[in-house]
Design a protein around this ligand. Sequence first.
Ligand SMILES: [Mg+2]
Length: 407
Amino acid sequence: MKITDLKSAVIGTNVCLRVVTDKGIDGYAQVEEHKEFVNTTVPYYRDMIVGCDPTNVEGVMRRIRRLGAFKPWGKVVSSIEMALWDIAGKEAGVPVYKLLGGKVRDKVRVYCTLYSPEKLPYPQAKNAKERGENILALNEMAGFTIVKTPTAFHTPEFRRLAEEEGFAYNSYPVQPPVQYMENANGSMLTDKGLNYLIDYVHTIKEVVGDKVGIAFDCGPGLTAMDALKFAKGVEDCNVMWLEDLVTGDYTPYSLAQVYRDITNNTITNIHTGEQVYLRQNYRELIETQAVNVIGPDPADVGGIAELKWIAEYANLHGIMMAPHGVFDGVFGMAALTQVSCTMPQNYIAYEYPEGHPEWWYDIVEGLPDGFFKDGHVTVWDRPGIGVEFNVNKAEKYLRPEDKDFFR
Ligand SMILES: [Mg+2]
C-alpha cells in the first residue's frame, strides 16, 4: 500500500485531514483550529510522504517529525500520525488500541472544559457562584466527574479586571488576532488580583462541595511567587490541578525549573504541557518531577504513539496524565479514546472534545449508541481509529474550495 495524497478541508468548526492510499483505505484525523495554517502547510507535508507505506507509521513519521515544533507548529505532523494509525488499524482489521499495546480499561474517564454551553443555567457565567452552578449542572446533565474552569489571565473577565480594576501591575490590551496569552504574560498580581483568585476557587468549592472534581486553567501569566501563593492559598480546596500557572498554551517553552520550585512547595497539584511537541521536550518536566500532572495533546505533541510513550515515562516518575483535547473534534475524541485506554494507572481523564455543530454526529459512522455516558467513554471495537465519514452526508457540508476532499 502506498500514500497517494494528503488533503485538508474545513467541516463545521474543524479542520480535517485525509491521507489517501492506492488501496482505497483512507486515514482521517482532525486538527485543532487554524484553518489557514493547515491549508497552506498541507502541500509541504504531502510531498514528504507520498509514495510511503502508511502502515509503517514510524517510518513515515521519521520523514516529517523534524518539521514540527511547539504549538501550533506540530499540529499537522501530529494529525498525520493519527491518520496513519487509522489506516494501519483498518489494514490489520483491528482497533488502533491493539496496535498500541492493547487496552487496560474498557471505559475511559473524560473531563469537561467546554460542553454545550447553551444548555447551562448560566451560559455567560461571569462570577464564581454561577460557574459553580454550571459545574453542578454539567455533572447532572452529562455525568462529568471532573470539570475544568478558566480563571486568572485565561479569562476575558480577569483580563478586563487586570486593566480596569488594577489586578496586575503590567497588564495591557492586545488587539486581535494576537493571542490573548500575550496579554500580561508574567505580570505580577496586586493584592486585589491575588485575593480575587483565591476567593474565586473557594467560592466554587463551596458551591460544588465533593460532588465534582474541580480543576482550573490559569494562564499562562503568573510570576513564580504569585503562582505559589495562589497554589498554597487554595490547598484546603483539594483541586484536581492548577494548569499552566507559568507557561502553557502558546508559549514555545515550558520552564520546568520554575514549575519545580512551585510544585515542591505546595500540596496543590500543578499541571502543564498542552503546547509541548515531542517526548524529548517532556524530558525535563518529567525527569525533574517539575509538575504533578501533564496534559499532552495528541494533536500537538506528535500523535498518539508519542502520547503513549510520554504516559509510560511519566508513570515511572509518579506523574499523572490528563491529556488536552477540547478542540480536537470527533476524530480527536476517537483517537484520545484509543490511546487513553492503553495508558498505565497514572491516567486520570482526557479533555472531552464535542463535535461542533451538532450535525457532526450525523456525518460520521461507527460511534455506538451511548458511547458517552456518566462522564466516561466506553471503548468501542471497530478497525482503525473507530469513526468514519459517511461521505454522502458529509459532502454537503464541504466549502466550495474543499469540494474534492472526498474524491
Ligand atoms: Mg489549557
